[in-house]
Design a protein around this ligand. Structure first.
Ligand code: ATP
Ligand code: LTN
Length: 326
């Protein structure tokens, strides 16, 4: 059995990009692997957060994990800041990461936009992510394509430390899906779908009602040639909708192209609305049932205890290998 770790930030508006790129994989993996799924609240404070909202979003993500099918009896679901090992290991890794490699991270460049006042945490964000992964001797990290560079950095740091202190870390592999690995914004299909984009119609959130889902899809940017063909560089809008359709239904993009050969965008979009509504309705219902339940809190407490037990073992080994403590 392999160990799996992944995380989602509690920054609100979990969207179908997060679901199709990451959460769907989480559910598939839990049947035959040992899985830890974290709500990475320490990552979310790299940008300012309102304390009340942050806690509420943390519980939202936990409830969504559960609602999409992550079963707390099979997987460990927990909140990052409930396990002190994440911050402790992050410091040790900070001393083994290079400022040069961190400054090449595209997410840092996008989010800091060269500002002097960018929080240092935005710069060291990938180190905390590496700590999350290495703390549990993780073998597999299921994530969306946008995290490839961070996973590569995590591997580089683990190998570097192992070269100095043999056998300290397990070197993990990323796991990326073919369909859904990168869902693009509906209004600007050359950018990735994002929680933080201002236009709410640029994304479909998992908790959107049927009407909002419909409006978002019907308004989605396409092109003027009216041909339903997958070609991300020249037809990014319709290609993105094909990706979403395929990821929701399991029907391959090639089959969809055949099915909709000669049809207009309007008919295609109507069917996509139906596929999205059908897939998201049960998630929303399950979410509403558990979001305010004691069961959810109990699952997170139990998850944190189990995660702590694993992380303490790793930290003992790491400190011994580095000569830290007595
Ligand atoms: P933001 O868009 O505000 O930067 P985010 O959605 O990228 O936030 P996370 O909540 O940390 O940030 O992402 C959780 C998971 O969802 C990660 O595995 C990430 O790779 C994946 N993911 C995020 N956006 C997309 C997307 N547009 N397509 C596919 N997967 C995505
Ligand atoms: N940076 C990730 C979230 C994240 C993560 C992790 C994913 C934080 N720690 C560890 C996998 C493993 C993102 O999606 N933005």
């Amino acid at each position: 059995m392999k160990r799996v770790f992944s995380g989602v930030q509690p920054t609100g508006n979990i969207h179908i990009g997060n679901y199709l790129g990451a959460l769907k994989q989480f559910v598939e993996l839990q049947n035959d692997q040992e899985c830890l799924y974290c709500i990475v609240d320490l990552h979310s404070i790299t940008l300012p957060q309102d304390p009340k909202e942050l806690r509420s979003h943390t519980l939202d993500v936990a409830a969504l994990y559960w609602a999409v099918g992550i079963d707390p009896k099979k997987s460990i679901i927990f909140v990052q800041s409930d396990v002190p090992g994440h911050s402790e290991l992050a410091w040790i890794l900070t001393c083994n990461a290079y400022t040069g490699e961190l400054s090449r991270m595209t997410q840092f460049k996008d989010k800091s936009r060269g500002q002097e006042s960018a929080p240092a945490g935005l710069f060291t964000y990938p180190i905390l992510m590496a700590a999350d992964i290495l703390l549990y001797d993780t073998d597999i990290v299921p994530v969306g394509n946008d995290q490839k560079q961070h996973i590569e950095l995590c591997r580089d740091i683990a190998i570097r430390v192992n070269n100095k202190h043999k056998g300290t870390f397990t070197v993990p592999d990323g796991r990326f899906l073919k369909e859904g690995a990168r869902v693009m914004a509906l209004d600007e299909p050359d950018k990735k779908m994002s929680k933080s984009a201002e236009n709410a119609f640029s994304r479909i959130s998992l908790l959107d009602d049927d009407n909002k889902i419909k409006k978002s899809i019907m308004r989605a940017t396409t092109d003027s040639d009216g041909i339903i063909k997958y070609n991300p560089s020249e037809k990014s809008g319709i290609s993105n909708l094909l990706t979403i359709y395929s990821a929701f239904t399991g029907v391959s993009i090639e089959s969809l192209e055949k099915k909709y050969d000669g049809c207009g965008y309007g008919d295609f979009k109507k069917d996509l609305v139906e596929a999205a509504v059908t897939a998201l309705k049960p998630i929303r219902e399950q979410f509403n049932e558990i979001r305010h339940s004691q069961e959810l809190i109990d699952a997170l407490k139990n998850g944190a205890e189990r995660a702590n037990a694993i992380s303490e073992k790793t930290m003992k080994r790491v400190k011994e290998n580095f000569g830290l403590g007595i």
